[in-house]
Design a protein around this ligand. Structure first.
Ligand SMILES: [Fe+2]
Ligand SMILES: [Fe+2]
Length: 235
């Protein structure tokens, strides 16, 4: 078993393999985390955080929907392995929600940000050093490419914001995908309008906040918690 950190594209199964796709996203995340470290508190930091959210939430959602169920199917200890990363994902969701309730000068914000960065880096290490090499040893290259296509398809159409209340496992997370993706991506559009056009800012910001409230109601639907493991149940 070799960490993805020590493998090249050919050994990971080529560009279409889920391993290569994962590693590329993880490298981009590390770049963004370094930008976050250097960004000025305020608008600069917010912009980098927005980019991190757009990368991290669809990436993790597609892992939970496509990859971890496969690992539970093919590895005898898949349950324990995937539960560990699902707990990390749950903590990222909860930290992000906590972060959204702060302002740049709020006490405690720095600690939340530091923990968020730490958990994101731990998650990458757990996946690259253990989960994904174990998957690689258990399935064919053809299967790694099939999983790559499935993971990519879900990632492109997944929610882009934290949703700590929905299940981290199917079927709850799969049922959550459509309504929460529509709401999240509409909010991303409204927020972009608000950033670009000061005259439209109050209307766009109000509409985005309203959609956020709708998402809050949607994610509390009991059906979206189906499949949830007790270890990732919120509060
Ligand atoms: Fe990942
Ligand atoms: Fe992850």
């Amino acid at each position: 078993m070799t960490s993805l950190a020590d493998q090249d594209i050919a050994t990971m199964g080529g560009r279409l393999s889920v391993l290569t796709r994962q590693k590329l996203d993880h490298m981009l995340l590390e770049e963004l985390l370094q930008q976050l470290d250097a960004a000025a508190v305020g608008a600069g930091q917010d912009l980098v955080l927005h980019r991190i959210a757009r990368l991290v939430f669809p990436h993790a959602f597609a892992e939970e929907a496509v990859l971890w169920p496969e690992i539970r199917r093919v590895l005898p200890d898949g349950e324990a392995l995937t539960l560990q990363v699902e707990r990390e994902h749950q903590e990222v969701n909860e930290l992000w929600v906590a972060l959204e309730t702060t302002t740049p000068t709020s006490p405690g914000r720095r600690e939340v940000l530091e923990r968020l960065v730490e958990v994101l880096r731990n998650d990458v290490r757990d996946e690259e050093d253990e989960l994904l090499p174990r998957l690689q040893d258990a399935v064919s290259i053809r299967r790694l490419r099939q999983l790559g296509a499935a993971w990519e398809a879900v990632r492109r159409t997944a929610p882009t914001r934290p949703h700590p209340v929905v299940a981290r496992r199917p079927p709850g997370n799969a049922l959550a995908a459509v309504p929460l993706t529509v709401i999240d991506r509409s909010r991303d559009g409204l927020d972009a309008v608000a950033r670009r056009s000061p005259s439209l800012y109050p209307h766009a910001a109000r509409a985005s906040t309203g959609l956020g409230a709708v998402a809050g109601h949607v994610e509390r639907l009991g059906v979206l918690r189906r499949g949830e493991h007790a270890a990732t149940r919120r509060g």
